[in-house]
Structures are given as structure tokens and as C-alpha cells.
Ligand binder design. Structure first.
Ligand code: PLP
Length: 455
């Protein structure tokens, strides 16, 4: 670093405040400084290579430093890096919107850009709220939202209000707006203590009861389709998302899907909604939209919702929302290049074999004494570590068992992340089968090493 008395690591610890990080531990522990990347690997300043087992927080799709995406970004920079989307437009954003609409599920027909998943969800919730004030038969009383416990939609105040992971929001409760909520649908943590499929979706009774009772005041049902990612890869039983969608429709409540994590192939299809033929009213996208290169997000809406916002400027029906970098051309160019690569590389077709390989290899983990549950939805995997697998007793929090496994994996050249006591594996879709086997072997060995310490 120019004119600095510190190494990069020291300077980081001196000047930076990291996301979701207890800085006291960060400052105490040695940290990895990533200098560059290549394919599925991140490379640190010493030249040590690490497999990117969480696709740089669930974003990377085609591998790092793909020349096609780099070139698209450079080409865009040769034209214009940024121009406002207020009162102007540009080709990359328009082309991207058209292509997103072509691949989007159901009747989605309009794209509103932003730059993070949380913003995309804020936009969805404001659109749903305003829709009911302005639609053909206005119902201004429909102002509330129904969500599932353990959901996660980002860290802005609106997105947090929709969220249901207690540890992230406990301190902010007085800031949040109230929501109507039902239990999450992760079978391993079933609050009804039933088991699927014998339960016949008993958990849906609560969902239907709450939505039916509050339909007159509900603007929208909000959920992550198929799997709650940040909860610890809580995979719902097959068909659950669609059934919730049908309940929302029956009671005239909008249905918002948060595909920020699941979108762009992570579940094995371009969008999770496709698995169950779900047609949302609003859909939030982010993370993988640019192939994991640049911050871009989008909220997609149906024409019916869009039309409720039309009128003369004086009527006040405008959607009052926007960000300085809305529709940034460089981000849109990266997203277009990523969509091209999906076609050129046959990404989703080749992914199916790797999903099967992942499933097959995960079978071995079932016999590890620390492993309570293994959840997989396409390329999204959660391995839940427990103290007692028969009683499903979790470890005391201070044991930090998953953190220890993650550190052990790092020593062995693999980056994975913990969510409480769940190890998350979610590699770039372009990972090779050989790299995938290495990722799993190292994770397995790291769990074994920590098990030995504990026993
Ligand atoms: C389902 C879901 N929604 C929203 C978000 C928030 O996205 P961002 O971190 O880009 O704000 C996340 C992030 O992990 C997510 O998993």
C-alpha cells in the first residue's frame, strides 16, 4: 500500500468495520487477504489458493475473472460508466430488462432496478403497499405483510421487518414495523413434531388460518421460494411454496418471492419458482444477476401492478423510489454477459450432473457423529451440526463448532461459511466435478478434525 506503515491486514484492522462481524474477534484473529481470483479459486497475497465454496457469498456463477464478463465491463466503460436513470435511459439496461422478462416466471413484465437484494425487497414491499391504494378497486386497508419465521430479506429497516432471524433483528425491534407470521417449514425443525409426508402439510393450516383471518388487511405474502437461505438452508417440503402461493391467491393477497439467493441457477433451474410453476406478483433479484461481479438488483412486477401506478403527475400515483446508481450501465453490461454465458456454457444443463454428484457425496456426511441434518436444494447445501443427533440437541453457542470447522477448512484451502451451527456450501455453478469433490472432501475432513477435538 502506498505510503502506509501497515501491512494490508494491519491497516484493515485499523480502519475497517466488516459486515456481520464481531470486530473484537476479527482484530484478534489472523485474516486472509485476497488479492486475486481464478475460476473457482480465490488467491491470497501470499499466493495460497482457496476454493470459493460459498461463491463469494452466493453470487459467483461462471467462475472468477471470466474474460467474457471482463470484456463486457471494459466495453461498457469505453462508452459510459454511469448515467442517471432519472429522466434518461441507456441500451444496456433496456436490453437486460427485456431479457430478464423473457426468462422470468409467470406474468412478470416490468423491471425496476436497484443495487442490493435488500433494496429490491424494499421496493417490492412499497410497490405492494401502494398498489392497494391505487388499483382498480382500491383497498387502502391492505397495508400489512405476512411472512414466515426464519426468513431473511436483507438489512434495511423494511427488509428487516419482513425478516425472521431473531439474532439479526432483536436489537432493532423498536425500529421495525409489525408483520403477521407463521412457523417456518423446515422439516428438521418442525414445531409440530410431525414428519413429512405423513404430516400432509399440517404446517399450512396455520398459514391459511392467519392469511384468511387477515386477508382484508394484508397487502402481500412474502417468502423465499423453496428454501430459506440465511436461516441455515431451510428447505421446505416439495410443493410447499406453491401451496402458499395458492392460499395467497385464494384470499386476494399479493405474492412476493424473494429470489435474491435462489435466482440465477442456485436451485438447479434459473429461478426457484420454475420448480413448482409459481407465478409471483412481484419478484426480487440480486446476488447472481451479474454473475457475481457487480452490485445490481431488480424488482420485477406484473403489468397489473405496473398499471396501478399510471396517471398524470399531479395524481400522485408515481412510484416514489429510486437510488443514485439505479440501472448502472456497467452492472447491466456484466449481467448481460452473464446471461450470454448461461447459454454459451450450457450452465444449467451441466449443473444437473454436479447436483447429483453433490447429493451422492453428501450421503457420506450422514454418518458423521456431529451431523444432525443435511439439506440440499440444487447447489445450495446446509450441514447442521448438533451435539446429540438423536435428541437434536444443539451445541452451546460459545462452542462455536461451525466456526471451528470453517477455520479448519481454511487451513486446508477451502472457504466455507457458518450460519449458526450450519455449514453452508454453495459453490460457483461453473465449479468442475473435481473441484467439487475437493470441496466436499476438505469439508468432511475438517468436520472430522473438529470432532476429534471435541470427543
Ligand atoms: C433471500 C435474500 N434476500 C435478500 C438478501 C439481501 O441481499 P443484499 O445482501 O444484497 O442486500 C439476501 C442476502 O443474503 C438473501 O439471501
Amino acid at each position: 500500500m502506498k505510503n502506509s506503515v501497515y501491512t494490508i491486514e494491519q491497516a484493515d484492522k485499523r480502519y475497517i468495520w466488516h459486515p456481520f462481524t464481531q470486530q473484537q474477534s476479527w482484530e484478534a484473529d489472523p485474516q486472509i487477504v485476497i488479492e486475486r481470483a481464478e475460476g473457482s479459486y480465490l488467491i491470497d497475497v501470499q499466493g495460497k489458493r482457496y476454493l470459493d465454496g460459498v461463491s463469494s457469498l452466493w453470487v459467483n456463477v461462471h467462475g472468477h475473472r471470466r474474460p467474457e464478463i471482463n470484456r463486457a465491463i471494459q466495453d461498457q466503460l469505453e462508452r459510459v460508466a454511469h448515467t442517471t436513470f432519472l429522466g434518461l435511459t441507456h441500451p444496456s439496461a433496456v436490453e437486460l430488462a427485456e431479457r430478464l422478462i423473457q426468462i422470468a416466471p409467470g406474468q412478470l413484465s416490468r423491471v425496476f432496478y436497484s443495487d442490493t437484494g435488500a433494496a429490491a425487497m424494499e421496493i417490492a414491499l412499497k410497490m405492494a403497499f401502494q398498489y392497494w391504494q391505487q388499483c382498480a378497486s382500491p383497498q387502502p386497508g391492505k397495508t400489512k405483510f405476512f411472512v414466515l419465521n426464519s426468513g431473511y430479506h436483507g438489512d434495511t429497516v423494511g427488509a428487516m421487518s419482513l425478516g425472521g432471524i431473531e439474532i439479526y433483528q432483536q436489537v432493532y425491534h423498536p425500529l421495525l414495523f409489525p408483520t403477521l407470521r407463521a412457523s417456518s417449514a423446515c422439516c428438521y425443525h418442525c414445531p409440530l413434531h410431525t414428519s413429512y409426508p405423513d404430516c400432509q402439510f399440517a404446517c399450512l393450516e396455520e398459514v391459511e388460518r392467519i392469511i384468511a383471518r387477515h386477508a382484508h388487511e394484508l397487502a402481500a405474502v412474502v417468502m423465499e421460494p423453496l428454501v430459506q437461505g440465511a436461516a441455515g438452508i431451510f428447505v421446505y417440503p416439495a410443493g410447499y411454496t406453491r401451496k402458499v402461493r395458492e392460499i395467497a391467491r385464494r384470499h386476494n393477497v399479493l405474492f412476493i418471492v424473494d429470489e435474491v439467493a435462489t435466482g440465477f441457477g442456485k436451485t438447479g433451474k434459473m429461478f426457484a419458482c420454475e420448480h413448482e410453476d409459481i407465478d409471483p406478483d412481484l419478484m426480487a433479484l440480486g446476488k447472481g444477476i451479474t454473475g457475481g461481479y457487480l452490485p445490481l438488483a431488480a424488482t420485477l412486477a406484473t403489468e397489473e401492478i405496473y398499471r396501478a401506478f399510471l396517471g398524470t403527475p399531479e395524481e400522485g400515483r408515481t412510484f416514489y423510489h429510486g437510488h443514485t446508481y439505479t440501472g448502472n450501465p456497467v452492472c447491466c453490461a456484466a449481467a448481460l454477459a452473464s446471461l450470454d454465458l448461461f447459454e454459451q456454457d450450457r450452465t444449467l444443463a451441466l449443473l444437473q450432473v454436479k447436483i447429483a454428484l453433490l447429493q451422492q457425496q453428501l450421503e457420506h456426511f450422514k454418518y458423521l457423529p456431529l451431523v444432525g441434518d443435511i439439506r440440499q436444494c440444487g447447489f445450495m447445501v446446509g450441514i447442521e451440526l448438533v451435539q446429540d443427533r438423536h435428541t437434536r440437541t444443539p451445541f452451546p453457542a460459545h462452542e462455536q463448532v461451525a466456526v471451528r470447522v470453517v477455520k479448519e477448512a481454511r487451513r486446508r484451502g477451502v472457504i466455507i461459511r457458518p450460519l449458526s451451527d450450519v455449514l453452508v456450501i454453495m459453490p460457483p455453478l461453473a465449479i468442475t466435478p473435481e473441484e467439487l469433490l475437493t470441496l466436499l472432501q476438505v469439508t468432511y475432513d475438517a468436520i472430522c478434525a473438529v470432532t476429534e477435538e471435541l470427543l
